[in-house]
Design a protein around this ligand. Structure first.
Ligand code: UFG
Length: 347
């Protein structure tokens, strides 16, 4: 298939593009490079630099596009509350323009990067897709608004548009490949395959727990602040469901396959959570980072962060049943080890 990946120079988009290329698809990346990196666009993908809404007609109007994987977004929870316009425009207005372009150019498939932030503080755990959606921050509200817009466009299309919203929980780790895989250089001496860690988290403003903890291990920061130790959880710190970026990317391929087979549900829009179904506390994540890096990683207790829910763990039963998704990386130390290899490769 010929697939457009918006945000394909970012963390999630670049790894999705890599997996699509490895599966034999043609990939066009659309990215304005405001937060993405040109050198993260995988070899073999064509890059169109521009705002999604502005270049959608040019890219989709050329014809022959079988689907769009829409990862481009503003994604900082704290910033979203301070600068809501940036999020309502960047996430919602842009995506509605993309939906209009999909309709104009008869593009039949869309896979959207949605978020666990659509649920807000859950009533029970693990969270199924039919749990109430009460986002606690602007970022989550914009992701929910887009899910609703996609549902309407798909329903009104009379079967012309099939769509899957994937609600990511805490994405972590880095994409790993061995020599010989597409785009990975071969070992010049022909010895044991080199392990190449090529694509990982590289945010200019880093807010995510694992990369921040690894910055301590690299000596780039003194300590890690633990946001609250009085949450109603076993050790008092927040619990999250960490999912490996390669497993996340695979779910996008499976979603495209389901859509290509015409298996989207009535209404043409499917929402699926993506998580491992196991929660780890902030202290457990820090302990895993200590095991993997061998660094003591000092901590400091800080006040709770605004907008944080205490526990976010996915029920991914639907993704497993309907997409046939089976995450391969369920071991937290393994996820951290990949993130650590990537962090060291960039240090
Ligand atoms: N945390 C700390 N110290 C830090 C950074 C984070 O204690 O320096 C804690 C947070 O309070 C949270 C946990 O570590 O309890 C994980 O925080 P992240 O920022 O890594 O991830 P979030 O759970 O806040 O965010 C993720 C996604 C968002 C999504 C959100 C849903 O990255 O895109 O889940 O709530 F919106």
């Amino acid at each position: 298939m010929t697939l457009v990946v918006t945000g394909g120079a970012g963390y999630v988009g670049s790894v999705c593009a890599r997996h699509l290329l490895d599966a034999g698809h043609d990939v066009v990346v659309v990215d304005d490079l405001t937060t993405g990196h040109r050198d993260a666009v995988p070899d073999g993908a064509r890059l169109v630099v521009g705002d999604v809404a502005e270049v959608a007609d040019e890219v989709l109007g050329a014809g022959g596009v079988d689907g769009v994987v829409h990862c481009a977004a503003r994604s900082l929870v704290g910033e979203s509350t301070e600068q809501p316009a940036k999020y309502w425009h960047g996430n919602v207005v842009t995506t509605v323009a993309l939906l209009d372009a999909l309709r104009r150019h008869d593009v039949p498939r869309l896979v959207f990067s949605s978020s666990a932030a659509t649920y807000g503080e859950p009533e029970s755990s693990p969270i199924p897709e039919d749990a109430p959606t009460r986002p606690t921050n602007t970022y989550g509200a914009t992701k929910l608004a887009v899910d609703l817009a996609i549902a309407d466009y798909a329903a009104a299309s009379g079967g012309a548009l099939g769509a899957v919203s994937l609600r990511y929980f805490n994405v972590a780790g880095a994409h790993t490949a061995t020599t010989g895989a597409t785009g990975v250089p071969t070992d010049p001496d022909g010895r044991a395959p080199l392990r190449s860690v090529s694509l990982g988290e590289r945010h200019t403003v880093e807010t995510h727990l694992i990369p921040l903890v690894l910055q301590v291990a690299l000596g780039q920061r003194e300590e890690i602040a633990v946001y609250g130790d009085d949450w109603p959880t076993p050790d008092g710190t927040c619990v999250r469901d960490y999912i490996h970026i390669d497993d996340l990317a695979e779910a996008h391929l499976l979603a495209l396959d389901v859509l290509a087979r015409g298996e989207a549900p009535a209404g043409g829009h499917l929402v699926c959570n993506l998580g491992n179904g196991t929660g780890f506390s902030v202290l457990e994540v820090i302990e895993a980072c200590r095991r993997v890096t061998g660094h003591p990683i000092p901590t400091r207790t800080a006040p709770r962060r605004a907008g944080d829910p205490g526990v976010l763990v996915a029920s991914s039963a639907r993704a497993r049943d309907l997409l046939g998704w089976k995450p391969a990386h369920t071991d937290l130390d393994g996820i951290v080890a990949d993130a650590w290899a990537f962090a060291r490769s960039r240090a």
